[in-house]
Design a protein around this ligand. Structure first.
Ligand code: AVJ
Length: 361
């Protein structure tokens, strides 16, 4: 199973094995960290660094396919590159998601009962497209917006943007998705209704079993009557799929290669970026686009702060991301199998993409 498929919540289990390597272990606090006014916390920065080191070591020194979880794309540089990706003509996902939100936010709002609604967004990014949802909700009822995001920069941007909205109170959480959702659920007041947003087709980064597991973990944090709006990219012609992950300008290639640059920056690694190239391919059996970093020659790389060095043969790859593609019915069934009832589904007319609205049973 691809390490990238195992959600962050599973990482601490593996962590203990390697604790002895890390002088920073006293900083490995699992306490939720709420950020007030976008202040960075030293503890979290150290924690993330160590966790990155552990996952790099695990993913690059194991037998067989080398891999690095895709969540490590999103440091400051990577998050900025992703923002550029969302503007590329080849990457239709983002605009499809935004169009559907804009057009259907009112309808989603109408399905909620009156009273305060708590909007928990898993992986808000800059929160640009969420604006439409918040705006539609805030016209009808008070909104508490809880973006849950590991990227500090993205969270700051998101808080700034959505903080302007009347009737919307923003309380960001810098935590892994499921931890963050647990904190949100713990802080809810009687009568609060929860609307979980899982947009952008981020669900596609999970292997199919992990995706189902994730949905059931989301469900466990909700009560009957809460809602989930889930976005997912659909199967489409191969040429269109590959172009979305290998744009001619090379932004996606930079986004992918940045994980090597990040290891150089944060783990003192000595990756020569010219010895690797971006590779996007479609696995038809698994119905997913895979991104890899291909070593164009035999080479050895030292990663001091992950306490390892790694050899590559020519043509060997590091698997950095999977983006699964779905069929509309399949998405409804995934929800049904994990305690949700689908009540609406919208498809974008321009780019095969779906939003499904579920209610927790
Ligand atoms: C943000 C995870 C949905 O998988 O399409 C964009 C990330 N990777 N280009 C995706 C991404 C390459 C994106 N998600």
């Amino acid at each position: 199973m691809h390490v990238a498929a195992i959600f962050p919540q599973l990482v601490p289990a593996a962590l203990s094995l390697y604790l002895r390597w890390f002088p920073l272990r006293q900083a490995l606090s699992r306490n939720p960290i709420e950020i007030e006014g976008g202040m960075a916390t030293e503890t979290l920065a150290q924690y993330s660094l160590s966790e990155f080191a552990v996952d790099v070591r695990l993913g690059l020194t194991k037998d067989g396919q080398k891999e690095i979880p895709s969540k490590y794309f999103y440091d400051e540089v990577g998050s900025a590159l992703f923002e550029v990706i969302t503007t590329l003509p080849e990457y239709g996902l983002f605009r499809a998601d935004e169009r559907l939100l804009r057009e259907n936010a009112e309808t989603v709002a109408e399905t909620l009962s009156p009273g305060q609604v708590v909007v928990a967004e898993l992986g808000s990014g800059s929160g640009r497209k969420t604006f439409w949802m918040l705006e539609a909700l805030a016209k009808r009822q008070p909104v508490v917006y809880r973006p849950i995001e590991i990227s500090q920069k993205a969270l700051e941007q998101c808080s700034k943007g959505s903080g302007q909205l009347h009737n919307v109170q923003v309380r960001p959480l810098q935590e892994p998705y499921l931890d963050g959702l647990l904190s949100v659920a713990a802080a809810r007041r009687p009568g609060d209704q929860l609307l979980v947003l899982f947009l952008g087709s981020t669900i596609g980064n999970f292997e199919s079993r992990a995706a189902e597991q994730f949905l059931s973990e989301v469900r466990r944090r909700l009560v009957p009557g809460d809602s989930l709006l889930l976005s997912a990219d659909l199967e489409k012609p191969l040429g269109q799929l590959l172009a979305a992950y290998d744009d001619p300008l090379g932004v996606t290639a930079s986004f992918n290669l940045n994980v090597l640059a990040r290891m150089n920056r944060e783990l003192d690694a000595d990756f020569d970026l010219s010895g690797f190239r971006h590779l996007a391919r479609y696995d038809a059996a698994e119905r997913r686009v895979e991104m890899h970093l291909l070593s164009t020659r035999a080479q050895r790389v030292a990663i001091p702060r992950a306490h390892c060095s790694v050899s590559f043969v020519e043509g060997e790859t590091i698997w950095t991301e999977s983006s699964h593609k779905y069929q509309p019915e399949q998405l409804k069934q995934m929800g049904c199998r994990n305690g949700f009832r689908p009540i609406r589904q919208w498809l974008d007319p321009e780019w095969a993409f779906a939003q499904t609205l579920f209610v927790a049973e």
